[in-house]
Every structure is written in C-alpha cells, then in structure tokens.
Design a protein around this ligand. Structure first.
Ligand code: OAD
Length: 377
C-alpha cells in the first residue's frame, strides 16, 4: 500500500473518469465495500430485493419476522429455521462472479487495500483474494463455534450434518446432550458484535483514494457508516441496481447522515446512466448489475485490464470445475472402497464363523469318540 494525498477531489462524470484514476495510477489504495448484490449472479439471493430477496421468501420457515433467521435469541429458541437455511447457503455449491474476480484483479494490480464485505458466502476467498485483504464484516461460513464451550470447528467438520439439514450440536463430553451446545457458523447475528478485524482495520480508510461500493442497500450499520470514513477528497463510486445511501435522517443513528453527493435528477435513466452531477462531483452512481459495471470499467481502463479480468474468470471457473470433478471422483471411489471394504468384512466374518463352527464340530467329534471309547472300555 502506498499513501497518497489528493490535492482536490477528482470530478467524476462517468465511469471513464474512474477508469482514468486506475490507469494513471492516482488510485493506489482502492477499498471495496460489498453486499449481497455481488453474489446474486452466482445464484445466491440478496436480502431485500422485493420478490427475489431472502426476506421475502422465508414463509416456509414460519418466522415471527424475517430478520429472526439471523437473531441470536431466536436461534437458541428455535434453531431448526437457521440450519435449514444454512443447508441452502453453505459454501461449496456456488462459484464466484465476475465481480469477485475483479477484486482479485485489483489485488494482482497491487492497488487493493481491502474488500469489506457483508457477505457470508466466502466467494471473495474462492476467487483468490488473500485473507489479509478481506474484512468479513458480518463473519462467514468458513468456521463455526460451539455456543456452549467455544470449541472452534472448520466448515468441513460440520458439512455432512449441515447438508442433511440437522441442527448441529457439539459432541464434546461436557456438551453432549445439552440444548445450548449449538455449533453456530461464525456469522454475525443481530445482537452480536462485529469481528475485531473490522475495528482494527478502520484506519485503512484514511489512505483510501478510491472507494467502490457494490451490490448493497447500505441499510445495515455500522457497515453503512464506512462510507464516511474516507477523506473528503476520496472519490466514491456506487455500482448498484438502485440508488442507495442517500439517508440523511438524523433519527437513523446507524446511518450517521451518510450519503452520496449526487444530483438526483440524473438518476435512473437506464443502465449505466445514473451518473454524478452534471459538472461532476467526487461521487458517481452507475446503475446496473455489478458484473456488467466492473466489466465496463476494466474495458475503459484498457485492453490489459479487460483481458486480465477475462483470464482470471475463465481460469477460476475452469479450476473450480476440475476440482468439483476430482472431489466427485474421490467421493465415488471412497464410497466404492467402503462398499468393497464392507463386503470384505462380511466375507471375513462368515469365514471365521465357519471355521469356529468347523472347529467346534471337530471338538464335538473328538469328545464323542472319546466317550464311545470310554463306554467300550
Ligand atoms: P441487501 O439485500 O439489503 O441489498 C442488496 C442490494 O444489491 C440492493 O440494493 C439491490 O438492488 C442490489 N443488487 C441486487 N443484485 C444486484 C446485482 N446483480 N448488481 C448490483 N446490485 C445488485 O443486501 P446487503 O446490503 O448485503 O446481515 O444486506 C446487508 C446485511 O443485511 C446482510 O449482511 C445481512 C442482512 O441482514 C447478516 O447476514 C448479518
């Protein structure tokens, strides 16, 4: 990371101006703020999109209110709902989107200062962004913890139980049979604190020289207040299906009055057309899917960025496909071995029984012969 100070805020009128910052080296410390919208392309629903969002589709869980699915008190009271959802969302079934590979590209170009994500799907990691550059503000499925004894588990340790929709409980001696010994994936539930890393890395925003906000409604704090952590000169770009982050309601303590400085008359005129103020401001809104937005941005930066993004995505998807095939093959051969092994054990036991029976009949014959001989005598 290189520290930089901008003399005056760059004026952003279009995505080309953002591309220029990346091309001419003005943007050396890029911070990404991401939300569920960047993963919808992978088949994971977001939370609040009307109709398709998770909170509109929880009827089958019979919840008192939608957010109860991530409420720590509700989890302890009725854990079945969360574990049913966990089965659907568990990492392993989804592959990163173009947007996730764009983050990896920023890392490869050595301009990425951090990806601050609210997502729990671990797709940034799968795309190859290094752990050090990912701040999972709301935790993730990568690990899990027993709520009773604090034992930490890897996501793979509990995968098989999650996949059959079971409420996963700790089997340690002190926890066995205890109702509150739930092994909960390390997702931040409502009512829980954010990970330490979130607070430790806040100073990174001071040196940020380009903030990219993608696929989030910015409706959850304190994450949404990160928008205000960058300097007054830092250009901020929102790539989203809809304009968000305009809250100035002083009653909304989480929002802290954060907002993008946009001229609202120019919003929503079609994909990619929701630009900044006519004369340009440090903020820009690009309306549309994040995958399309980042592809367009890379194209505008230059041929090398465009090709590198394509290569990363193709390589990434092909590696995942190969890995999936290998895993399936391994699983099949393990099942086969178990079956063979099972047959071998049955065969061995049968033989042993026969030998024992043969042995015992030999003993019986011997005993009988002896008895007959005795009678003869
Ligand atoms: P939301 O569902 O609240 O917002 C997603 C935003 O992304 C919306 O503004 C959509 O219009 C937009 N969107 C959807 N698909 C998109 C796409 N392909 N490209 C660009 N934009 C798209 O999700 P978050 O803001 O991430 O908390 O929600 C924040 C938190 O609320 C989550 O982390 C979760 C939830 O309660 C926990 O899990 C603890």
């Amino acid at each position: 990371m290189v520290s930089s100070s901008l003399p005056s805020p760059p004026r952003l009128c279009s995505l080309s101006d953002v591309a220029k910052l990346l091309r001419d080296g003005s943007a050396k410390n890029v911070i990404v703020m991401a939300g569920a919208g960047i993963s919808t392309g992978a088949g994971i629903p977001d939370f609040r999109s009307p109709g398709t969002g998770l909170y509109d589709n929880l009827a089958k869980y019979d919840l008192p209110y939608p957010e109860a699915i991530f409420d720590i008190d509700y989890l302890e009271e009725r854990p079945e709902a969360f574990y049913t959802l966990a089965k659907e969302l568990y990492p392993g079934n989804f592959q990163p989107t173009i947007t996730h590979y764009f983050f990896k590209l920023l890392q490869d170009k050595k301009v990425l200062s951090g990806v601050w994500t609210q997502n729990i799907d671990t797709l940034e990691r799968i795309a190859g962004v290094s752990d050090d550059l990912i701040i999972e503000a709301h935790g993730s499925f990568a690990s899990a913890t027993c709520l009773r004894c604090g034992q930490i588990y890897d996501k793979e340790d509990i995968r098989s139980e999650i996949m059959i929709g079971k409420v996963v409980r700790c089997q340690k001696k002190s926890c066995k049979g205890k109702k509150d010994a739930l092994i909960k994936p390390d997702i931040v539930f409502f009512g829980e604190g954010l990970p330490d890393k979130f607070f430790e890395r806040l100073p990174d925003f001071k040196s940020c020289d380009l903030l990219l906000v993608l696929g989030t409604s910015l409706s959850v704090g304190p994450f949404n207040s990160l928008l205000n952590k960058v300097s007054k000169n830092c250009p901020r770009v929102l790539i989203n299906l809809q304009l968000v982050g305009e809250s100035t309601n002083p009653q909304d303590s989480d929002s802290d009055g954060f907002k993008f400085n946009l001229n609202s008359t120019k919003h929503g005129e079609g994909e990619g057309e929701g630009e900044g103020e006519v004369e340009g401001s440090r903020d820009l809104f690009w309306k549309g899917e994040s995958d399309k937005g980042v592809e367009e941005l890379c194209k505008l930066v230059g041929k090398d960025w465009e090709q590198d993004l394509k290569r990363l995505r193709e390589q990434g998807w092909s590696d995942l496909k190969k890995k999936k095939k290998e895993d399936n093959r391994k699983e099949e051969s393990e099942e086969g071995e178990n079956q063979d092994g099972g047959e071998a054990v049955v065969e061995k036991e049968k033989k042993k029984k026969e030998e024992e029976e043969e042995g015992s009949s030999e003993v019986k014959v011997e005993e009988l012969t002896k008895a007959v001989e005795q009678v003869k005598l």
